[in-house]
Design a binder for this molecule. Structure first.
Ligand SMILES: O=C(O)c1cc(=O)[nH]c(=O)n1[C@@H]1O[C@H](COP(=O)(O)O)[C@@H](O)[C@H]1O
Length: 224
């Protein structure tokens, strides 16, 4: 079985992205390409990364009116990503349209509450209640909208799994017990996230900033 560990390749430089992916490719299950990579390298960059032979998770967190998001998803179809993200806060119609035009082999997953936000941050943007309640609410909405799953922190994955037993749950913001949180606020260990029902884990800096990325990936894998 392939590893549930997806490496977040957060760099705009194609050569560094390729070099990092080559180093860890035997110990991760997929590569996540985000906004900074895509803005700098576009479709060409995704094609180059796909040559490594691992599934590609295209994390563009689309969030706009339904028509615009649907057209963007259509424009991404030739890339055939294994996973694609949209923001659940874009609403039901936006999620329905994104799923309707995505390729059959692409899982469309909705970002619920970013792992960099805590309860006071939600309050600042006018969202009452806890991250936990908001994640559970948006998980139910993503499910009703026909998506394949959600992105949430490891702190809510157990509760989200209860409302959506068959969902595909992506958990970023995981940190080994001695790892630096950085800008992440709702962190758990990789083992806890998997035990609580994550389908895959997204890990960036604990691997990419390590002096030995392959060793760091293997050390995380060994805890799962
Ligand atoms: O959609 C994501 O992947 C995502 C959602 C979220 O709520 N939090 C989050 O950190 N991410 C992504 O997961 C990765 C986490 O990176 P590290 O904090 O370096 O492990 C980054 O690429 C983020 O863009």
């Amino acid at each position: 079985m392939s590893s549930p560990l997806y490496l977040a390749i957060d760099t705009p430089q194609l050569d560094s992205a390729l070099a990092l992916a080559q180093k860890v490719r035997h110990h991760v299950g997929g590569l996540k390409l985000g906004l900074e990579f895509f803005c700098a390298n576009g479709h060409h960059g995704v094609h180059e990364m796909a040559k490594i032979g691992l599934p590609i998770f295209l994390d563009l967190k689309l969030h706009d009116i339904p028509n615009t998001v649907a057209k963007a998803v259509q424009a991404l179809r030739p890339l055939e990503p294994a996973i694609l993200t949209v923001h659940a806060a874009g609403g039901r119609a936006m999620m329905e349209e994104a799923k309707a035009v995505a390729g059959l082999n692409t899982k469309v997953v909705a970002v619920t509450v970013l792992t960099s936000l805590d309860a006071p941050d939600l309050d600042d943007i006018g969202v009452g209640g806890t991250p936990h309640d908001q994640v559970v609410r948006l998980a139910a909405l993503a499910r009703q909208s026909g998506l394949d799953g959600i992105v949430c922190s490891g702190q809510e994955v157990k509760a989200a799994r209860k409302v959506w037993p068959g969902g595909f749950f992506v958990v970023p913001g995981v940190r080994p017990a001695d790892g630096k949180a950085g800008d992440q606020k709702r962190i758990v260990t990789p083992a806890q996230a998997m035990g609580d029902g994550a389908s895959i884990l997204v890990v960036g800096r604990p691997i990419s900033q390590s002096p030995d990325p392959d060793l760091a990936a293997r050390a995380i894998e060994a805890t799962l």
